[in-house]
Design a protein around this ligand. Structure first.
Ligand code: PLP
Length: 387
């Protein structure tokens, strides 16, 4: 097999998921996807499309009506203007968008800087494109936000791009505007590209606000903005996202997309128009429920005396479990075996995740309550053993 693949191991999350699937009675706070079904009117739009024989490829870029809808959506939210004709590609999820961006921007051995802990797919995409993935540590004391000084210190002559994912998986961190402006300033001064995965941009709590980095001065021209439908509209299985960038980058990305994917799934694109045009209330309803669950998880972690940086976005909490005397892999493994609760060990997200676990609270409230009670029992048991 290709030597390139030796640099990448199978996803720690998926491995865990397989273990969960073969154990009875497990409550999963593991895999990061909404527990809600796709809102029915969105599904119906796809069903109608299929019944109307909309079953062929679309334009490589995606349906123009959908691209126009994405352009309006981003303009409304962030005041940023993308040309639907030339600056937006509908991709097979943000997952494909990451691949397009890295393939288009990177030459062999180009370095990409990314905050650690990091979403599991970032490193492999950089490696598949021939690049080198370089992590920049973040600190719990700074809310796991990327600091401009740390970013700048990691830049070398080989640095080509910065890969950001805020609101963050796994930490729930949200970069405030000031922090992001400082990052943007570093990127402009060192002439770096930015790949910004903003898939969780709608999942914000306690008054947190999302700043789209492409909307900052001088940034649109160097940014590949990734976003999508999976999280905000509970559409993970539809496999659809958007990739926005200046035309010189979309031209390059299109060379990859047209030969690898041809076009994003057609029925999903019809559903996506419905989501953007009429799905706001659904998105807000789900967000309100996530907010309720987030409170429960924060309260439970506090009661367990686990150190937790309050997550401001996405649907994850990332407490430290160091005080239990267990390594994170061991914690997650034993919690699964002894209490049948699945969480993801923080090390799966890079060295900066060590000593933490990721709790995904996109789970039914009653089940979440039960899972947190089981976890509390587990934590107290091990703490007692440590003492
Ligand atoms: N980016 C982040 C940060 C994610 O957490 C996920 C899924 O968990 C994805 C991208 C994948 O998104 P999509 O379903 O649009 O491919």
């Amino acid at each position: 097999m290709s030597a390139k693949l030796d640099l990448v191991s199978a996803s720690g999350i998926r491995r865990f998921f397989e273990l969960i699937a073969t154990t009875d009675g497990v409550i999963s706070l593991g895999v990061g996807e909404p527990d809600f079904p796709t809102p029915n009117h969105i599904s119906q739009a796809a069903i109608r499309a299929i019944e109307n024989d909309e079953t062929a490829y679309t334009s490589n870029y995606g349906l123009i009506e959908l691209r126009e809808s994405v352009a309006r959506h981003l303009n409304r939210l962030y005041g940023i203007a993308y040309d639907p004709e030339s600056e937006i590609i509908m991709s097979t999820g943000v997952s494909e968008g990451l691949n397009l961006a890295t393939q288009a921007l990177l030459d062999n051995d180009d370095e990409v800087l990314s905050p650690d802990p990091t979403y599991v797919a970032y490193m492999p995409n950089v490696v598949f494109a021939g690049g080198r993935f370089v992590t920049v540590p973040t600190k719990a004391s700074n809310g796991f936000c990327l600091e401009a000084a740390a970013l700048e210190a990691a830049i070398t002559p080989a640095t080509k791009a910065v890969l950001l994912g805020y609101p963050a998986n796994p930490t729930g961190a949200v970069m405030d505007r000031e922090g992001l402006e400082a990052i943007a300033d570093v990127c402009r001064r060192h002439d770096l590209f930015v790949i910004s995965d903003e898939i969780y941009d709608r999942l914000l709590y306690d008054g947190a606000e999302h700043t789209c980095i492409a909307s900052l001065p001088g940034m649109k021209e160097r940014t590949v903005l990734l976003g999508g439908f999976s999280k905000a509209y509970a559409m993970t299985g539809w496999r659809l996202g958007w990739v926005c960038a200046p035309q010189f980058i979309t031209d390059a990305m299109m060379k990859v997309h047209q030969y690898v994917m041809m076009s994003a799934p057609t029925a999903a694109q019809f559903a996506a128009i419905e989501a953007l045009e009429h799905g706001e209330e659904d998105a807000r309803g789900m967000l309100a429920e996530y907010a309720r669950r987030r409170k429960l998880v924060i309260k439970s972690c506090r009661e367990m005396s686990l150190d937790l940086v309050e997550p401001k976005g996405a649907f994850y909490a990332f407490p430290s479990i160091v005080s239990t005397g267990l390594e994170d892999e061991e914690f997650a493994g034993r919690l699964l075996l002894e209490e049948k609760v699945a969480v993801v060990p923080g090390s799966a997200f890079g060295p900066g995740g060590r000593g933490h676990i990721r709790i995904c609270y996109a789970q039914d409230y009653a089940l979440l309550t039960e899972a947190m009670a089981r976890m509390a029992r587990f934590v107290h048991r091990y703490r007692a053993a440590v003492k």
